[in-house]
Design a protein around this ligand. Structure first.
Ligand SMILES: Cc1ncc(COP(=O)(O)O)c(C=O)c1O
Length: 387
């Protein structure tokens, strides 16, 4: 083997990661600054900067950083007064975190179907499942795709309930020229170690309403008032405070948002280009008059391929390529006992698409050669010729 071939082989041999961040000297420098100087009167400086600038970037009045996005959703539901006997609508196919806060509040999750075109909440399904007990709709920007936000907002308005946007996966996406994170009464983001902008663990709640902001701030820190007496708690609430080092990392990553989202979009475009010749598969679509932030590339096999996600993952793994399953319908999971019987007939698209979908590797360090290898793998398992 000559040296060039050796280098190429070593690149190909490197593991392909599903998810992972892009950390540079910039982030290391900012975190070092927080480590050296972010104490005493500076203990929240980066939290404040990150909250303010992240909110303003998304054209929101307030940003509230939380330990993760799961707690951001819970904080908002709690502040909205969602509780016993209430119902909250969410899509079948999402990470369980979207709905966990509903259960923490002892309310009932109501699972709605997804749209075949964007794999997000289907407004018609939502319309059918609204009852007098429905308190909120949580729309999820799955993988960076966008739901039909206009229609969901109209349904929420008509029924006098609130719309919440779970934008955990949608940094960098836009819909009709509006950034993901600007829809509904509040939106949430995740900075989990797998996300486009990461703080390892971390989340952000964005709001516009003054009263709701005050209530969330109160609930976030043990039920005390910012202008109240010291050590004086009015209610037993939560401790969902952020940490300055975590915020420093998030702030530094946020300063590179175009570069980070740019790389994700490049990956989606490379997958699209290389898989273009395959009939009857779908990858993340671009939203109406918008851009897909492409946190991860989803691939749904058309029925003609007779390919399930589990079979595809097994065969791809045999070729040395990791893939992940499209989210299972939440109502099919043991976490929600007895729900499958009710929801499978109501949500046929979710049950069907989930069976046929996988996620392709989307770590920030995935190389062009690795994307070639992933695409060759997909072609091989579908019986197409590779390069
Ligand atoms: C759609 C969605 N909602 C919520 C979350 C929860 O985020 P976190 O892990 O930061 O709590 C995630 C993260 O994986 C997600 O993908």
């Amino acid at each position: 083997m000559n040296s060039r071939a050796k280098i190429e082989a070593s690149i190909i041999m490197k593991p392909i990661y599903m998810a992972g961040p892009w950390i540079t000297e910039h982030e290391i420098g900012v975190v070092e600054d927080a480590m050296r100087n972010g104490w005493y009167e500076h203990a929240y400086d980066y939290c404040e900067k990150f909250q303010k600038e992240f909110a303003s970037y998304h054209n929101r009045k307030y940003g509230i950083m939380t330990p993760n996005c799961t707690t951001a959703i819970h904080l908002l539901l709690s502040a909205l007064g969602v509780g016993d006997g209430d119902e909250v609508i969410l899509p079948e196919c999402t990470w369980i975190a979207t709905g966990a806060g509903i259960t923490y509040q002892r309310a009932t999750p109501v699972f709605c179907d997804i749209e075949p075109v964007n794999w997000c909440l289907d407004p018609q399904s939502v319309d059918k499942q609204i009852t007098p007990r429905t308190k909120a709709i949580i729309a999820v920007d799955l993988f960076g795709n966008m739901p039909l936000m206009d229609e969901l907002a109209e349904i929420a308005k008509r029924n006098n309930i609130v719309l919440i946007e779970d934008a955990a996966e949608a940094v960098g996406s836009t819909y009709k020229g509006v950034r993901a994170g600007k829809f509904g009464i509040g939106s949430v983001f995740s900075f989990h170690r797998t996300k486009t902008i990461t703080t390892g663990e971390g989340g952000m709640l964005l709001l516009d309403d003054d009263e709701l902001y005050e209530r969330c701030m109160f609930l976030r820190d043990h039920g005390r008032k910012s202008d109240g007496p010291m050590y004086y708690n009015y209610e037993v609430t939560y401790k969902y405070m952020p940490f300055n080092l975590q915020a420093a990392l998030g702030y530094a990553q946020f300063q590179r948002i175009d570069e980070l989202v740019g790389r994700k979009r490049e990956q989606l475009l490379m997958y699209r280009e290389r898989l273009n010749e395959i009939d009857d598969i779908e990858l993340n679509p671009e939203p109406p008059a918008g851009v897909n932030g492409a946190w991860i590339t989803g691939l749904v096999f058309g029925k003609s391929h007779n390919m399930t996600k589990l079979k595809a993952m097994e065969e791809m793994s045999g070729l040395g390529v990791p893939c992940r399953p499209f989210f299972y319908p939440l109502s099919s999971l043991p976490a929600y006992p007895g729900c499958r019987e009710k929801y499978e007939p109501l949500n046929p698209a979710a049950y069907d698409i989930s069976m046929r979908g996988i996620n392709l590797p989307g770590a920030a360090n995935v190389t062009v050669e690795q994307i070639d290898k992933v695409c060759d793998g997909i072609k091989t398992i579908l019986g197409y010729k590779t390069r």
